[in-house]
Design a protein around this ligand. Sequence first.
Ligand code: NAD
Length: 499
Amino acid sequence: MNVTIDLEEISAMRTAATDAGTVPVTVAFGDGIGPEIMNASLKVLMAAGANISIEPIDIGERVYLAGETAGITPDAWDSLRRTKVFYKAPITTPQGGGFKSLNVTVRKSLGLFANVRPCAAYQPFVATKHPGMDVVIVRENEEDLYAGIEHRQTDEVYQCLKLISRPGCEKIVRYAFEYAKAHGRKKVTCFTKDNIMKLTDGLFHKVFDEIAADYPEIENEHWIIDIGAAKLADTPEAFDVVVMPNLYGDVLSDVAAQIAGSVGLAPSANIGEHCAMFEAIHGSAPRRAGQDVANPSGLLLAGVMMMAHIGQPEVAEKVHNAWLKTIEDGVHTYDIFKEGVSEEKVGTDAFARAIIERLGQKPTSLQPVSYQADAKPFAVPQATKRPAAKKEMVGIDVFVHSTKPVEELAQAMQGSDNQAFELAMITNRGVKVWPAGLPETFCTDHWRCRYLAKSGKEFNKAMIVDLLRDLNAGGVDFVKTEQLFTFDGEAGYSLGQGQ
Ligand code: NAD
């Protein structure tokens, strides 16, 4: 099953005329089908004249199992920080706890905030329900629930923190508009759930509206994610570039790739201010490993994005057009092979050779691509610096682990009442249950008790210390506190449901 990495053969295929301008690229051959599809992809890129030198690194399963819980060694980080360009085959994350996702670690450590996933249909050569589909998903890559900050707080309740920052929103939204402008795209759509998450998703939507105003030539629209996702799955041809926070983007980019034809065809670029990483969106497909059957298209098209990124658009164009011609000629791997449409079923290596044979050709039915004319390079956007807002503390939420009935809990919490502030409400999983809750509301053992400054009174940190001392003396099992602020007079906290 072991697949050899054809590094010598690949390097010998290098046809670039000169060493001047050679771009060093860190390459990970990955696990499962990784080595086969990386061999195939690099051979095609080299045959097309890619002027790159390869720095191989070892990441993934072997590294995890050797005791590196992040799946990557210090040497590999050195290479990535030196070359700033990472071409990565899929890896296998070992089952069981204790192993952190290498992808998330690399994206976040290197600041790769923009995940760009073009999802196009190749009708009639690859079966699809959406022949006109040509959507680019731009997913925020570092924030949201992927901050990975989770806690168990009571017997019954666990939490995951959703963190959204203004610089994070500004960078990704501006990236989406800059991408649209550089690629001649007409519309940018934003998906959020800001009818529910008014502060976090609300910020993303607000920044989208602010930045859209800087691009009057590009149409913009916002959809609540649920109906937006339904429309994307039903009529993807109505969308062009779609930008969204991390979790929604993770889910919907796979949906978009699959309804376009196959997740096996979709590439992805992870772009940051300092570095960039290019990979297929699929995994290491261990059951297909070592059989020379896997489709290298996702990784190869990621390589095409990489060539455009490092300033070799002529190579990107040549490879992409030869790939389209191969698909159009019906030379297909098993995953997209269809009797009556496909002409020849080939393995990984033969597919790569078929593309190499077509280098210099363009598709005739499918639309040829032109990176040199249609994709202009653009600078990675930065967030704007803003003056700090006037921040005032107006209260505190104290989260409590308790199995008491709410009236009894309210009594225990009231005991800590003070001249300057008062217990304003208690919620259970966000629903107001005191005062005047409904008996039908299901309650767990996790309560949020909100104290607010009385009108005209100041609330300060010394009061929090006193409050917690009193609660502790009263036997209250508080598990977390969250201060309540206003920023320039605007509440920086949500109301309780039903408040
Ligand atoms: P997978 O994408 O590896 O496979 C899903 C299905 O798609 C399988 O049936 C497979 O046969 C098929 N498939 C995927 N890529 C293909 C290709 N290029 N050609 C033909 N068929 C292909 O997803 P999975 O099985 O859920 O995950 C397997 C491993 O990959 C896991 O260890 C997971 O953690 C890892 N993974 C890695 C990455 C990454 O490195 N970027 C991404 C996703 C999953």
